[in-house]
Design a protein around this ligand. Structure first.
Ligand code: PHB
Length: 366
């Protein structure tokens, strides 16, 4: 079956799955649409969320669930300019206003907990090296306050430092609770720190955190256990991108690697597994396999529209579908999909940085 060709539904034909409510643990989601986590690079001095984010997220509260942009758990976890954190009092206070605004608008919101690992630069760390499982340069370009810069060879974390990094995530989870979130999503995707530990292209360690798939999954699972310790299992999600090559990632056997991780996350009974698995990957998609392994709530993301999402739900490939760019450009995406209304066109020039333009000024349907 060619799953990239969605059945197109006629006007008046309802999306029965997409707009049915869903019970995520003890949370009642009003539909199956999730706002995918998206970096928007508008944080202020001290990586404090921009007050405009109150409007941005509240505008999108008709999603069944909002997942925030990736948010650093510590200064060590920073690798991009103007991305928010959840490690200072000012950041927690900024996020509290955002969660209040979303709740007032009837939405539910999870914070995405992030550590970039090697996708960083000494400019972010007072000249010190970024940290990673192994000293392997991703050889890409990043942007620091001084402009574009080539990445460097990171420093491999000492075994004795790893509990401290787990603690950064635990503390971030605790801070997210103080900021009024409904839960947290652990960022295990897209070539950042947890993914760097998971895949063998970036993890060449010879201690208990490298080598076998069990060892490579150890750090991500320790982070998960620490975060579950704060929130309880149902309010914790985990995002992975098993096929993605973004940020110079590779793995010699992604099916085995991610099947093991999905199985272990499933054993822990976490709230959901969120797979970035683009429809455009066709027969190479891993997510249908992982869906069979992880028995809890399953979210897919990657190039879905209303028709392809409805199909994925209908064939039970997922319970929820996350939408990125379409939701960025259409604050009222659920009602537009429901009515099969015209969509706003996303403006790539305003995806990152700037203020209101391309952020809070996309019109809703009148
Ligand atoms: C980015 O800022 O480019 C970015 C951040 C988080 C992701 C992917 C990309 O997961």
């Amino acid at each position: 079956m060619n799953i990239s060709v969605a059945k197109v539904r006629a006007a008046g034909e309802a999306y029965e799955n997409l707009f049915s409510p869903y019970r995520l643990g003890d949370l009642e989601l009003k539909n199956r649409m999730v706002l995918a986590p998206m970096t928007r690079s508008r944080a202020l001095e001290g990586n404090v969320p921009n007050p405009l984010a109150e409007t941005y997220y509240a505008q999108r509260a008709s999603a069944g669930l909002i997942i925030t942009e990736a948010t650093q758990v510590s200064p060590q976890g920073v690798g991009y300019i103007r991305t928010p954190g959840i490690h200072s009092d000012a950041q927690i206070a900024g996020w509290k206003k955002i969660t209040d605004a979303v709740h007032k608008a009837g939405g539910k919101i999870f914070l995405q907990l992030w550590h970039v690992g090697r996708i960083s630069h000494p400019d972010f760390h007072g000249g010190e090296l970024p940290v990673a499982p192994s000293a392997i340069n991703p050889a890409i370009e990043v942007y620091t306050a001084k402009g574009p810069a080539k990445t460097v060879t990171p420093r491999a974390l000492e075994t004795s430092e790893i509990p401290g990094v787990v603690e950064q995530f635990r503390k971030g989870a605790e801070n997210a609770k103080a900021a009024g979130f409904d839960g947290v999503e652990i960022h295990g995707a897209n070539g950042y720190l947890l993914d760097q530990f998971t895949r063998d292209g970036t993890n060449k360690r010879t201690d208990a955190y490298g080598g076998s798939v069990e060892n490579r999954a150890r750090f991500p699972l320790e982070v998960t256990d620490a975060v579950v310790g704060v929130w309880g299992k149902e309010r914790v999600g985990y995002r992975m991108s098993p096929n993605s090559l973004f940020n110079s990632m590779s793995d010699s056997d992604p099916v085995t690697t991610f099947s093991y991780l999905a199985e272990q996350l499933g054993k822990r009974g976490i709230g959901y597994l969120h797979a970035v698995d683009p429809l455009s990957d066709g027969a190479n998609r891993i997510s249908p396999l992982l869906r069979g392994i992880f028995k809890g709530t399953y979210i897919v993301n990657g190039g879905f529209d209303a028709d392809s999402a409805e199909d994925a739900l209908e064939r039970k490939e997922a319970d929820l579908v996350a939408f990125g760019v379409p939701f960025l450009a259409n604050p009222d995406l659920p009602v537009r999909y429901r009515k099969k209304a015209r969509l706003n066109v996303p403006d790539q020039n305003t995806f990152y940085q700037g203020e209101e333009k391309g952020y809070t000024d996309y019109p809703a349907l009148v």
